[in-house]
Design a protein around this ligand. Structure first.
Ligand code: UD2
Ligand code: MN
Length: 578
């Protein structure tokens, strides 16, 4: 499965009650209730509804904002929709189907107006008079939304949020690119619906292109000077567009991203972060995108947290770019298939070829972050790896090797990249070294490590390696063992000069119980390991114990150091302390 660009999601508020038979029509106004409920609109026929709750057309509304909010339907103002726990089997089947097809709660979405209101998440700084160039001086944009089998109400909500919250003079058109969907609603139904909205153009791919070529197809139909890309499960908030276009008007080499707020995949609640909580994009040597807080050196460039911040990379789905600049950069590598890597390609070349990449805290767009990919990928090819190898081949110079180590140097067939290399040559772009030094100095470079690769134990046949996934969600779990496979991946570790055993931002950490992965903190302590290449012991700094494996080769142990014991001896790949 694909790694996802995830953001933390909150806990849903459970509510009791019996379910309605089918998705309900939009609500009519109704007063009642004392309000101050669970902060959720609850689909419920009333059973179990307490005195604080209000049942409207079979739907129970329990808003947190008091009686005034009862004038609105489920999910209004970005509130969560919580389905009852004791659903009928019919309803449960519909809910499950929705999850299966979309990897989010489509049933909940279907209860919410496709034109629901959202809170205004902007900082006061953003609303100061004269903050942006007047609309007359801003370029218009084409908003391009690519989709493959998107849920109907989610797709419509994306489109309506753009139509409703963009100044008409700045929105030239919305280009909906259907990447060969086969859901019934993506056919005539979509055409008929959009016939009422003359700004919406529908473009259909004649075969499955993947999101990268679908975006290129959209660009060919766009007529405005600025392109704005959005995923097909987004909601734009008030004033989202002007701050983006303002940056491009001032300098067309600026590529801009809104703050991506989280629309909960289960309740569709809209969560926004204030300007102080804005993150910037980075990546790791697996060429995975990740989020970081704004680094200190960047904070110091600003007087206010709502000012646009430089970001080493973008998440990929939501951004605006001057069309001519995009074309000059050679748009995307059209050899990229389905999903992944294009965000780093565009990020690297924006910086390396004369542009800047910013996150604009005054612009907020929500996105449904999913935990898995709901649609079909290609069979028989590792699409993401192929895209990443193309990316590394063209843009990473000598640093490509750090990615190759991670995939065990097995590059597979990645096609022809000569045209992309020529493009880089022709544009006279800077080196990746320059990019790392100037734009992303925080990134840990494996070359600065004392050792990198597998960490092999010499006990019980010398076939056991340290093994653990190190994604965010795997942190705090014990580090495991597995037969050595020499393919990098979960067995790729680095020993840093400062005595960390790490992969990306995850460090081996021992606080007296089990050896776990923990975010690297850089202050030694429980993350300090001393490797002695002579004895081959790995001794833990604060506990003075040594890392060992159990006789069944299943478990890591921390024991009294004994250099005679093979199960305490380890071999680091590529050990070079110089
Ligand atoms: C993130 C980006 C996404 C893209 C991806 C890396 C955000 C919020 N999202 O993944 O835009 O950059 O990383 O490639 O930054 N789609 C197609 N055809 C396909 C597959 C997908 O049109 O074959 C559409 C899909 O319907 C959606 C968009 O492309 O609108 C992005 O796909 P996703 O939502 O599955 O990707 P996401 O958000 O996990
Ligand atoms: Mn998405």
């Amino acid at each position: 499965a694909a790694p996802r660009v995830n953001a933390p999601s909150p806990q849903p508020v459970p509510a009791p009650g019996a379910p309605p038979k089918k998705p309900l029509p939009p609500l009519k106004k109704k007063n009642a209730g004392k309000g101050a409920g669970a902060g959720a609109a609850v689909a419920d026929a009333g059973a179990g509804a307490g005195p604080d709750a209000d049942v409207v057309g079979g739907v129970l509304v329990a808003p947190r904002d008091g009686p005034a909010a009862l004038l609105d339907g489920p999910g209004e103002n970005g509130r969560p929709v919580v389905l009852p726990t004791n659903m009928s089997t019919d309803m449960k089947r519909l809910v499950d189907e929705g999850w299966l097809k979309n990897a989010f709660n489509q049933y909940a979405s279907d209860l919410i107006s496709v034109r629901r209101k959202l809170p205004d998440p902007r900082d006061a700084w953003c609303k100061a008079p004269g903050r942006y160039l007047p609309n007359a001086d801003l370029p218009a944009t084409s908003v391009i939304v690519c989709f493959h089998n998107e849920a109907w109400t989610v797709l419509l909500r994306t489109v309506h949020s753009v139509l409703d919250r963009s100044p008409p003079e700045l929105l030239k058109e919305i280009v909906l690119v259907d990447d060969f969907s086969d859901m019934p609603h993506t056919k005539r139904q979509l055409e008929d619906y959009m016939a009422h909205y003359p700004k919406v153009k529908i473009v259909r791919a004649t075969k499955r292109e993947g999101l990268i070529r679908a975006r290129l197809l959209g660009a060919r139909h766009a007529t405005a000077p600025v392109l704005t890309y959005l995923d097909s499960h987004c909601e734009c908030t008030t004033g989202w567009l002007e701050p983006l276009l303002d940056r491009i008007a001032r300098d067309p080499h600026t590529v801009v991203c809104p703050v991506i707020d989280v629309i909960d995949d289960n309740t569709l609640e809209y969560h926004w972060r204030d300007a102080g909580g804005v993150n910037v994009g980075g990546f790791d040597w697996n060429l995975q995108f990740n989020w970081h807080s704004v680094p200190e050196r960047e904070r110091q460039r600003h007087n206010n947290t709502a000012e646009p911040v430089w970001s080493p990379t973008m998440a990929g789905g939501l951004f605006s770019i001057d069309k001519a600049f995009f074309e000059r950069l050679g748009t995307y590598d059209s050899g990229f298939d389905i999903w992944g890597g294009e965000n780093l390609e565009l990020s690297f070349k924006t910086w390396m070829c004369g542009g800047t990449l910013e996150i604009v805290p005054c612009s907020h767009v929500g996105h449904i972050f999913r935990k898995r990919s709901p649609y079909k990928w290609r069979s028989g090819v590792n699409v993401l790896k192929r895209n990443s190898v193309r990316l590394a081949q063209v843009w990473l110079d000598d640093y490509a090797k750090y990615y190759y180590q991670r995939v065990g140097y097995d590059l597979g067939d990645y096609g022809d990249v000569s045209a992309r290399r020529e493009l880089r040559q022709k544009l006279g772009c800077k080196s990746f070294q320059w990019y790392l030094d100037t734009v992303y100095p925080e990134l840990f470079i494996p070359g600065e490590a004392v050792a990198s690769g597998e960490v092999r134990n010499l006990g019980y046949g010398s076939r056991t390696c340290l093994d653990a996934p190190a994604r965010k969600k795997d942190l705090h779990k014990p580090v495991g063992l597995f037969p050595c496979h020499r393919q990098g991946g979960n067995q790729y570790w680095m020993l840093s000069k400062t005595g960390e055993i790490r992969r990306d931002d995850a460090c081996l950490d021992f606080s007296g119980y089990e050896v776990i992965l923990y975010p690297c903190h850089g202050s030694k302590g429980n993350q300090f390991w001393q490797y002695n290449p002579k004895t081959q012991l790995i001794q833990h700094g604060s506990s003075k114990k040594c890392l060992a494996i159990s006789e069944n080769k299943q478990k890591l142990l921390m024991t009294e150091c004994d250099r005679r014991k093979e199960n305490q001896q380890w071999k680091f790949a590529n050990y070079d302390p110089s």
